[in-house]
Design a protein around this ligand. Structure first.
Ligand SMILES: Cc1cc2nc3c(=O)[nH]c(=O)nc-3n(C[C@H](O)[C@H](O)[C@H](O)COP(=O)(O)OP(=O)(O)OC[C@H]3O[C@@H](n4cnc5c(N)ncnc54)[C@H](O)[C@@H]3O)c2cc1C
Length: 473
């Protein structure tokens, strides 16, 4: 039997069920399509995929192609809509099976459906993005509990996590005349991304790089031992795992990470931090299963709560947030980091989301779209799910919000992080670094930071905004 494997956000050969099953069935061919819709301009006026993520993607696809070439085959590359390319390839190569990893959100499912409707061969969808396989859940995948703790406890009690699958030994490849070229950024309509050495890490796409990072974080630097206590950090490569870009592109599977945590627990040390790594991966599954259950509600203003909301949508306000010129250092530092590097810590993401959706009372979907454009680790379910959650339209209906300055003082007590990204605050003393507007005129002059001139005035009065949030209920 001849099988075509369609690669999307699963750019790996380890723990890849479609590849394993296709190799068992006979000869294989593999294709990746650069879908032009992923590089369109959004209704908000910025690209759906920015150059930092596109660069990571190109690197990951190239790495996968090299791996296939080492295995004696190739990865077919095409630019265009998969629903047009795949039926054509099926015909050309006389393919009998089409295997791929299933996605759960509507844009991706619609493409799958169009392919399913246009070919008559056997199609098989596998589940490999999740850590817990849908068949191993203690409930129906579309009926997960809406409260995370219930979801987690039931999984911890009764779900096993499958072992990752090995790379097939000697897959037999179908020979292909025109394997196609990997596009450059400019072919996708993008310019070279910023290169900023202030980035927490130089993220390089590909499966081998993913495993390098895992081995560094778990076994070489032994940072996993302290993960729970350092994961809220803001500066440096090792405060958290930084696995997210590789997970989002599927260079590494969540099951493989889980398996390696258990290896670490057996061979090195087991503690609350090793548990916490598995705990965070359950959050990732939770957002994926939630998207599967709630469908397009996760993209709506009122979220899965279906709340009726009246939110601001003023371009000028949004511009200040996205450029990091709000006048609130903790927000600005995080937003500038995102723009320059495509990464932001989890603590930062929670605060900037809360600031936009709650303090500014803004339509949170603009923020989620900006993240979608900018994040190297953009993952549709984790992004929209976390945004909805932080905008109180997700699973937790409580009116939760962050005290931004309080968070800044707790997680960046000496202002090291904000000064890293905001040169303007270089000489501002720790006491004022998160609230420069509180300096007297003389202090501003002395510390070379005139508010409203060297650094923006705060765009809102934070204290007043908390009162408004409470009133909104
Ligand atoms: C508004 C907002 C938007 C987000 N958008 C994304 C996104 O597009 N893609 C993405 O991968 N994560 C997203 N997250 C979740 C989280 O911030 C990142 O996964 C994490 O910061 C990545 O860094 P890390 O790999 O070092 O995480 P670690 O702390 O080392 O965690 C290990 C892994 O656990 C998973 N994880 C941890 N926290 C979460 C979480 N809250 N939700 C889901 N999975 C989690 C991730 O896969 C992560 O790589 C978002 C969070 C917020 C608040």
């Amino acid at each position: 039997m001849k099988t075509l494997i369609w690669f999307r956000n699963d750019l790996r050969v380890k723990d890849h069920e479609p590849l394993v099953r296709a190799s068992e069935a006979g000869k294989v061919a593999a294709v990746y399509c650069f879908d032009p819709r992923h590089f369109e301009t959004t209704t908000y006026g910025f690209p759906k995929t920015n150059s930092l993520r596109a660069q990571f993607l190109i690197k990951s696809v190239s790495a996968l192609r090299s791996t296939f070439r080492k295995l004696g085959g190739d990865l077919i590359i095409r630019q265009g809509n998969p629903e047009e390319i795949i039926p054509k390839l099926i015909k050309e190569l006389q393919i009998e099976n089409l295997f791929f990893h299933g996605e759960v959100t509507s844009e991706e499912k619609n493409v799958e459906l169009r392919i399913e409707n246009s070919v008559e061969i056997r199609i098989k969808k596998y589940w490999g993005h999740e850590m817990v396989h849908p068949e191993d859940l203690p409930f129906q995948p579309d009926e997960i509990p809406d409260v995370f703790t219930q979801f987690r406890k039931k999984i911890e009690k009764s779900s096993m996590i499958r072992d990752p699958l090995p790379v097939p030994n000697h897959p037999e490849f179908i020979s292909v005349d025109d394997p196609g070229e990997i596009p450059h950024l400019k072919d996708l309509g993008l310019n070279a991304p910023p290169a900023d050495d202030r980035s927490v890490l130089e993220f390089k796409g590909g499966e081998e790089e993913a495993w390098k990072r895992l081995n560094h974080y778990f076994f070489e630097s032994d940072e996993l031992r302290n993960y729970k206590y350092k994961r809220n950090g803001l500066l440096g490569a090792d405060f958290s795992s930084k696995f997210s870009p590789w997970l989002a592109h599927g260079c590494l599977s969540a099951r493989s990470i889980h398996h390696q945590v258990e290896k670490y627990e057996r061979e090195v040390h087991e503690n609350v931090s090793t548990y916490w790594m598995k705990f965070e991966l359950i959050w990732r599954d939770y957002f994926r299963y939630s998207a599967r259950k709630h469908g397009d509600k996760i993209f709506k203003l009122g979220g899965i709560q279906q709340k009726s909301l009246d939110k601001r949508t003023d371009e000028n306000i949004f511009q200040k947030w996205r450029d990091g010129t709000t006048g609130i250092p903790f927000i600005d530092a995080n937003m500038r980091e995102l723009k320059q590097t495509g990464y932001m810590s989890n603590r930062g993401r929670q605060n900037v989301a809360s600031f936009l959706a709650q303090n500014l009372n803004f339509d949170w979907r603009w923020g989620a779209s900006w993240f979608e454009s900018m994040l190297i680790d953009y993952d549709v379910c984790s992004n929209w799910g976390n945004w909805a959650y932080n905008s109180t339209v997700g699973h937790d209906p409580r009116n939760r919000y962050f005290n931004i300055v309080g968070q800044a003082q707790k997680y960046d007590p000496n202002g090291e992080y904000v000064r890293h990204w905001l040169q303007e605050l270089k000489y501002v003393p720790d006491e004022f670094v998160h609230e420069p507007w509180k300096m007297s005129e003389d202090q501003q002059k002395l510390n070379e930071c005139i508010v409203g001139q060297d650094y923006p005035k705060p765009m809102i009065n934070l204290e007043d905004s908390y009162e408004e949030i409470k009133k909104r209920g």
